[in-house]
Design a binder for this molecule. Structure first.
Ligand SMILES: CC(C)(COP(=O)(O)OP(=O)(O)OC[C@H]1O[C@@H](n2cnc3c(N)ncnc32)[C@H](O)[C@@H]1OP(=O)(O)O)[C@@H](O)C(=O)NCCC(=O)NCCS
Length: 178
């Protein structure tokens, strides 16, 4: 599943042309630094990013890579503040999870990030451990989650852009999206 049409909001893989707009979501113009833009250009260029959008522009993004012991890892999930609580995060997570080519897919959230943890647990992700020593600023624990079993493409070694389309094991359509 490479795209998901949720009515007004759609989710698709981002291209490099989307990078600057994604880097600017919820960020004041002077805080969209060259470093931030180049990070988004790199992820988008590698095909690591899915984005949610309406015809008016991007609403959020999800970044998946394979640098965590060669398992899929969702490193970022972000939805613009003024459109949270409408199912966009759930939709982004579903499409991104469905695109993962490894049997195991992990993510993590700070212990205090209840919104992310509720979302993950609602769609069946399982807490699998806590890590101390990651968040130097405040010493907060990081909680790791494992995605529930889902359809895995037959050839896990196939280049990511060429994975077969198919049932991504999507959960029920998020409520409220038209
Ligand atoms: C965590 C985050 C991605 C969630 O995104 P979201 O779009 O608000 O997520 P959803 O709308 O799918 O789900 C949020 C809640 O809205 C509810 N919801 C979804 N659609 C709804 C609707 N139409 N009407 C009412 N509630 C709805 C969900 O049931 C869920 O409820 P819960 O909080 O009790 O679980 C978002 O809060 C965010 O970007 N946070 C900052 C970044 C972050 O912390 N990322 C995670 C670590 S990388």
């Amino acid at each position: 599943m490479e795209e998901l049409d949720l009515g007004e909001v759609s989710v698709r893989r981002a291209s490099q042309a989307d990078a600057d707009a994604l880097a600017a979501i919820d960020v004041p113009p002077d805080a969209v630094t060259a470093e931030r833009r180049s990070g988004f250009r790199l992820w988008c260029g590698q095909g690591d990013v899915f984005m949610a959008e309406t015809p008016s522009g991007p609403l959020g993004f999800c970044v998946l890579d394979y640098s965590f012991f060669e398992h899929g890892f969702i490193t970022r999930l972000y939805v613009a503040r003024d459109v949270r609580g409408k199912g966009i995060g759930t939709g982004l997570l579903a499409v991104t999870s469905g695109s993962c080519v490894t049997p195991k897919l992990f993510t993590s959230a700070r212990l205090s990030n209840h919104a992310m943890q509720r979302l993950l647990q609602r769609v069946g992700w399982r807490p699998v451990g806590m890590l101390d020593g990651l968040n130097d600023e405040d010493g907060e624990l990081e909680l790791f989650y494992l995605c529930p079993p889902r359809h895995t493409p037959k050839k896990a070694t196939e280049p990511r852009r060429r994975r077969p389309a198919g049932d991504a094991g999507l959960p029920e359509r998020p409520r409220g999206l038209r």
